[in-house]
Design a protein around this ligand. Structure first.
Ligand code: ATP
Ligand code: MG
Length: 258
């Protein structure tokens, strides 16, 4: 069984500005949990708090609890670097290391986290690229530059890089927003396959995408412009899209605002 998150009373600031307020929700193992909500509602801020990336920005901080494997990732005794290893992240724009080959990108996480024997690395590369649905397309050109790949392939390479280090949870912040519809569907298929092994948190603006791939969906909203983002509701995706509890969720999913 993959890992889960139990998030309670999580708030995050940029300097004095409160960006998300008092968010509590659980992320279930081997499920895709989608985060939806209008621009500025705090979706990216929330996911960046889940692997302690948020605090790297000057003046940024978070308060509250995020329990992973029975341990609060914000406990003083917990090392932020080990949290980032356990909780992988894929960003909106494919961001392979531009000067590195496909192979070196795939194992970039090991270069940072200590060396491994060559034979083992080869195995890891094949496994990660296969899991990311890219192996057949790149196996004969592993030393080519990552930038020689299409956008969709680059994003699958970033997914391979994230899973190569065998994280427990995978965060994806609008992973398809820079991709065409065909590349998007490939990533969606991949997300559904990865769910067998990983727990996934997926930020998306695309309602159809949430409906297609997410087991549960959370709706975030900052009521007025500049308000901190709050969790309005979370539930099984089907219920959120057909019978939401809150009028504001209904308004958003039917396109009345946002
Ligand atoms: N680096 C930053 N410095 C200051 N404020 C920020 C920063 N990043 C985000 N914010 C603010 O925090 C709030 C939440 O932003 P966030 O990026 O988390 O929203 P989002 O839901 O991901 O939006 P989008 O859908 O546009 O990606 C917004 O009010 C935003 O202006
Ligand atoms: Mg965002």
């Amino acid at each position: 069984m993959a890992a889960s998150f139990e998030i309670s009373n999580l708030s995050a600031w940029y300097g004095k500005r409160l960006a998300i307020e008092d968010i509590s929700l659980s992320v279930e193992p081997n499920q895709v949990t989608a985060l939806i909500g209008p621009s500025g509602s705090g979706k990216s801020t929330l996911v960046r708090c889940l692997n302690r990336l948020h605090e790297l920005l000057p003046g940024a901080r978070a308060e509250g609890k995020v329990i992973l494997d029975g341990e609060n990732i914000y406990d003083d005794a917990v090392d932020a670097v080990s949290v980032r290893r356990a909780v992988g992240m894929v960003f909106q724009r494919p961001n392979p290391f531009p000067t590195m080959s496909i192979l070196d990108n795939t194992i970039a996480g090991f270069k940072l986290n200590g060396r491994k024997p060559k034979a083992e690395l080869q195995e890891i590369v094949e496994r990660a690229l296969t899991a990311a649905g890219l192996w057949d397309e790149v196996k004969d050109r592993l030393s080519a530059a990552a930038t020689s790949l299409s956008g969709g392939q680059q994003q699958r390479l970033c997914i391979a890089r994230a899973i190569a280090v065998q994280p427990e949870i995978l965060l994806m912040d609008e992973p398809c927003s820079a991709l065409d519809p065909v590349a998007t569907l490939r990533i969606e298929d991949l997300i559904m396959e990865l769910r067998e092994r990983y727990t996934i948190v997926l930020v998306t603006h695309n309602m159809q995408q949430a409906a297609r791939v997410a087991d549960r969906t959370a709706f975030l909203l900052g009521e007025l412009a500049g308000d901190p983002g709050r969790l309005i509701e979370i539930g099984p995706t089907k219920k959120i899209f057909t019978q939401p509890e809150d009028k504001r969720t209904e308004g958003y999913i039917t396109g009345r605002f946002g």
